[in-house]
Design a protein around this ligand. Structure first.
Ligand code: NAI
Length: 403
């Protein structure tokens, strides 16, 4: 019922050392694992931990969650969270935190490098030099200055890229389904087709949604300018790879740089196949757009900070499966956190108990989604623990803690 003074946190999969440093600095006990624990290992380990941090390879299943309802929070020290059963975590009152934008700059920088590399055919020339061939020629080699980059998806990465590209003298146009403020001299175009027709580089920065699946296929590639380049560091499902191969083989496209694929190996030990292998001026990278040491450091910091803010003050801002409450630290009051099923009358029941206990409410914050409500209360009372026990006994309470 009450948070323990020294919470124990398990960090798996070699999470960046800064996370351990920050969490230990905060007084938490941290245990690190280098590998991704299996379900069986988690079932054995988690009874001894109050929070768990993983990266993309550890699966946190419903079975693991249901066997460990004491766990307060889950940290995904990465971008994606589909390795975690988010619904089960929510049903048991466990917020899941991730770090969706810590690698934004890393992706934007990779795309800048790729635009230059494609314009100068760096991949092919370097491979030829390794083979002992000397391909000194200016034919088909161009500067990126003065060219037009078309950014599809002007979100975190797209807009960062916009600023970097403009500083190198590129003209920036973009297309987004949401109205976005153009940065610098960037210009929104009237639709994807206009962007495809105008850009020397088309670069994709959209999320994976039903609308973006196969968004760039035969028709769209045909609309691109002859000799233009395509860059995809978003999601593998956005481009129809067979159609891209045809556009490259026919010479319609000048090249492409692809970092994400419809089917990617699950580990570095697996073989990688794509129909794009062996084609001219095609840069293939193993989903490394966001993989930099700076990004890993930033992810470690961001998720450790989310843990700290939740475990110390109850803030769930940024949680992906949970009502978001952003709170100031409490002052001279007992802070009670309650997660309950979001049904009519719960608030009244909780406040009835508070009033019966004669506790003065200093502040009360509530946020709900369709399934649960998350309430944080600062109360002037010496009997917070007893009151929390009473609140937890309410039939629709999921969990209740005192900070
Ligand atoms: P974001 O959510 O900040 O931006 C996405 C933008 O795309 C939004 O502005 C949204 O309105 C727009 N959008 C959505 N559907 C669209 C559509 N049908 N047409 C046009 N625009 C549309 O996302 P962020 O952080 O910029 O990431 C973009 C992509 O990059 C994501 O798919 C993400 O998974 C991927 N990514 C890849 C990495 C890598 O290692 N290669 C690393 C990090 C992110």
């Amino acid at each position: 019922m009450t948070l323990m003074p020294s919470l124990r946190i398990l960090l798996a999969e070699n999470v960046h050392a800064i996370a351990r440093e920050r969490l230990e600095g905060e007084g938490f006990k941290v245990h690190c694992l280098a590998h991704a624990p299996t379900e069986a290992e988690l079932l054995k380990l988690l009874p001894d931990f109050d929070a768990v941090g993983i990266r993309s390879k550890t699966e946190i299943t419903r079975k693991v969650i249901e066997a460990n309802p004491h766990v307060f929070a889950i940290g995904a020290f990465c971008i994606g969270t589909n390795q975690i059963d988010l619904k089960a975590a929510r049903a048991w009152g466990m917020p899941v935190f991730n770090a969706p934008h810590s690698n934004t700059r890393s992706v934007a920088e990779l795309v800048i490098a790729e635009m230059i590399a494609l314009s100068r055919q760096l991949g092919d020339r370097s491979m030829a030099a390794h083979r002992g061939e000397w391909l000194k020629s200016a034919d088909g080699s161009r500067e990126v200055r003065g060219k037009t980059v078309g950014i599809v998806g002007y979100g975190h990465i797209g807009s960062q890229l916009s600023v970097l590209a403009e500083s190198m003298g590129l003209r920036v146009i973009f297309h987004d389904i949401v109205k976005k403020l153009p940065l610098g001299n960037a210009r929104a175009v009237r639709g994807l087709d206009h962007l495809l027709e105008e850009a020397d580089f088309v670069t994709l920065h959209v999320p994976e949604t039903p609308e973006t699946r196969n968004m760039i296929g035969k028709k769209q590639l045909a609309r691109m300018k002859k000799g233009a380049h395509l860059i995809n560091a978003s999601r593998g499902t956005v481009v129809v790879i067979e159609d891209l191969r045809a556009a490259l083989e026919s010479g319609h496209l000048g090249g492409c740089a692809i970092d994400v694929f419809p089917k990617e190996p699950a580990s570095n030990k697996e073989k990688f196949h794509t129909p794009l292998q062996g084609l001219r001026n095609v840069l293939l990278t193993p989903h490394i757009g966001g993989s930099t040491e700076e990004a890993q450091y930033a992810i470690g910091l961001e998720v450790a900070e989310s843990f700290r803010r939740f475990l110390r003050i109850g803030t769930t801002a940024g949680a992906v499966n949970f009502p978001n409450v952003d709170l100031p630290p409490g002052h001279d009051a007992s802070r009670i956190l309650n997660v309950h099923r979001n049904e009519p009358g719960v608030l009244g029941e909780i406040n009835g108990l508070i009033s019966k206990a004669g506790a003065n409410i200093q502040a009360q914050f509530l946020s709900t989604d369709d399934k649960i409500g998350y309430m944080v209360m600062d109360l002037e009372t010496r009997a917070a623990k007893k009151l929390a026990t009473e609140i937890q006994k309410l039939p629709r309470s999921i969990r209740t803690h005192v900070l």
